[in-house]
Design a protein around this ligand. Sequence first.
Ligand code: NDP
Length: 296
Amino acid sequence: MKATIIDGKAIAGNLRNEIKLAVENLKKQGIVPGLGVVLVGDDPASLSYVTAKEKACEENGIYSREIRKPASLQEKELLGIIQSLNEDPAIHGILVQLPLPKHIREEKIIEAISPEKDVDGFHPASLGRMMTGQDTFLPCTPNGVLQILKSIGASPAGRHVTIVGRSNIVGKPLANMLLAKGEWGDATVTVCHSRTPDLAEYTRRADILIAAVGQAQLITPEMVKPGAVVIDVGVNRVPDSTKKSGFRLVGDVDFHGVQEIAAAITPVPGGVGPLTITMLLYNTVQSAQRVGEQAQ
Ligand code: NDP
């Protein structure tokens, strides 16, 4: 039997309806949630992510302010921009689109963002709070994966989850979230990476397999346990002369092959991507709500 295709857009749509309601309630208190989006350079993928995030803000009643700077921007200037956004009461969330040009130290910029406005959840303070089970902004993509599991009723509790990829923005935080105590944690988690010998040995043991690598077709059907839930975080551009852009987007999983084996699978596009943006909106609204609570 073919796997169920998980409709990330529909899951995101339901969450966005809740977000819209929360935004309306905030507006009644005179608060408009605001997101500051900083884009340095002209990387086409980054530009398309930023455009999608701003469009989503607009559609959901969130104010977004784009600050676009050339790749020649100096680190000191960027730190100045972050500082002014930190101090701006109209801004509840700050997003610096990654990657940054090589001469700017990403960790220095992330650390400059006020943890109260760290809606990407990348600040060491946010990550530390997450790891120790304290209330914080959860990183958007891992949280999006969790929302997908919740919406399809695939609890990780007591199951074996294999995550392929150990980045600071996807693999590592996701592993921590799934390890946390509680109904939507309690998993036994294996994290694989480029130095893992015999990747298939670990992926085949997964009840829930999550690929966050950035390599098209890395996960083939033989690497998947029959009946597994497969979440494909990867986004890869592959040449396609039938497309106006000259490329199409695919994930890390051989979608058609794995669809024959798995119980459920996310497509690319239309799987994790819409949830990532939605969780960014969610965090921005949450930040604005905290400001509202403090004012009461
Ligand atoms: P990184 O490049 O930071 O990390 C990739 C990880 O994959 C690394 O841990 C790397 O190992 C591992 N890896 C690379 N090759 C292999 C291999 N052959 N076998 C096993 N592991 C391997 O990427 P990100 O985490 O930032 O992103 C991963 C993917 O997810 C990308 O395609 C990205 O575009 C996509 N993405 C999608 C989002 C969405 O909203 N849908 C949001 C964020 C990312 P090592 O650590 O040893 O180098």
